[in-house]
Design a protein around this ligand. Structure first.
Ligand SMILES: [Zn+2]
Length: 160
């Protein structure tokens, strides 16, 4: 559980998780207690698109449903917000959420949601990221980071 550079085994997908973004996600997860929460990852691409830099995580839009079991992010004004950010060279990079009391492994539902986003032209993101915060059985914070390239297998990213 640390900020910094993450990549897949081959080094094809590289993600720089900025400390302020990780700290914000942890703060939001902590504030949600035993409920799931989440939002989107926003940032920029560097090195001609080779590295995705996660600069910011957003909280939940109004209207999101919280429970200990699942999290449904309300569409809210997300799209308008994203378009404003794109215009200032900032991009939608993917999603994040919290698995209270559970491992940060993506669920089957997480995987199908991300595949849908990769294929959805409105997101303009063919390689969306999923950051999940979870907890060990002893309650210690854990994270996972995966990329979901359109038409390819999900790839886990590890701290390098
Ligand atoms: Zn999940």
């Amino acid at each position: 559980m640390k900020p910094g550079l993450y990549s897949d085994v081959e080094g094809r997908f590289q993600v720089l998780l900025e400390e302020s973004a990780l700290t914000r996600a942890l703060t939001l997860a902590c504030a949600s207690g035993q409920n799931e929460t989440g939002g989107v990852l926003v940032g920029r691409y560097e090195d001609g698109g080779a590295v995705a830099v996660v600069e910011e995580v957003t909280g939940s839009p109004r209207g999101s449903i919280f429970s200990g079991v699942t999290f449904h992010r309300a569409a809210g004004n997300l799209r308008a917000k994203l378009l404003r950010r794109w215009s200032s060279k900032r991009h939608y990079l993917g999603e994040w959420h919290f698995h209270p009391g559970h491992s940060p492994d993506p669920s089957g539902r997480d995987t199908s949601t991300m595949a849908r986003i990769a294929a959805d032209k409105r997101y303009s993101c063919r390689e969306p990221l999923l950051l999940i915060l979870g907890q060990s059985p002893a309650g210690e914070p854990r994270l996972s980071l995966h990329v979901f390239p359109l038409g390819e297998a999900i790839a886990p990213l590890r701290a390098r």
